[in-house]
Design a binder for this molecule. Structure first.
Ligand code: ZN
Length: 251
């Protein structure tokens, strides 16, 4: 497999001879306002895309883990071909995506295979307590193929029982987590903190863990520099990888 981190949670994945675009967020730097009630009030995204959009959209399917703007945005809606296969996390999300003009929308729970690839939907928690409830449903996805290692893309979730269960059930060899420790002025982070990432490692010490969702939206306060020095302190630089935007990692 080849995992290319584009920016934030956007990934182009080559797996089992198919290509997937995960969570397309294509706006240029500063196109949107900062998220309300957050520190660091600068426009989103905070950085530009590392490559032209045309190089990312010739794929077999698009997977949208949830509908927050940093995972499926107006620019992506505008540029994606309307007949492309889009896989949503739920009927509700699928309907919203159809209303944007897409006419080949499926849900993750009914899409169990694409070619020889098996897909399994996983759940997550996009924060704790009331904030977690307001953030709403989120999903991840596990990819399996006879010629590939098992890949688990966890989506916008903190470390929680859902992630533990996904690891226990599917025993992934490669895991993509959304770091950044995104947060509001109140409450706990809504994406993984460095401690959450470490907890994921403890649960899957043999796996390679790739950290996405870094340094691209205003309320993500964990920097790559801070995370990398934490990883070095723990002597885990070969297990936990923090790619730059545009970087490809192959397994
Ligand atoms: Zn997000």
């Amino acid at each position: 497999m080849k995992i290319r981190l584009i920016r934030n949670a956007t990934i182009v994945l080559s797996y089992g001879k198919k290509t997937f675009l995960i969570d397309p967020f294509f706006a240029p730097k500063g196109a949107y306002a900062a998220f309300p009630n957050t520190a660091n009030q600068v426009g989103n995204p905070t950085v530009n895309l590392p490559l032209p959009i045309e190089e990312m959209i010739d794929v077999d399917a698009v997977i949208v883990t949830h509908l927050h703007v940093d995972h499926f945005d107006p620019t992506a809606i505008e540029v994606l071909p309307k007949d492309i296969t889009v896989i949503a996390q739920s009927d509700v999300d699928a309907e919203v995506i159809r209303e944007k003009g897409f006419h080949n929308v499926q849900t993750l729970y009914e899409t169990s295979t694409i070619g020889d690839i098996r897909l399994n939907q996983t759940s997550g928690q996009h924060g704790t307590g009331e904030i977690g409830l307001i953030m709403g449903q989120v999903s991840g996805v596990v990819f399996q193929h006879p010629d590939e290692q098992t890949l688990y893309i966890a989506g916008d979730t903190i470390w929680c029982e859902d992630v533990e269960k996904a690891i226990e059930t599917h025993k992934p060899e490669v895991i993509v987590v959304n770091g950044g420790s995104a947060q509001f002025l109140q409450g706990d982070p809504i994406t993984m903190s460095k401690e959450d990432i470490y907890r994921t490692y403890e649960e899957a010490p043999e796996a390679s863990i790739i950290v996405a969702h870094m340094e691209a939206v205003n309320h993500c306060l964990l920097t790559r520099k801070e995370l990398r020095s934490f990883i070095e302190e723990k002597r885990l630089s070969s297990s936990i990888l923090v790619p730059e935007d545009g970087e490809t990692i192959s397994f």
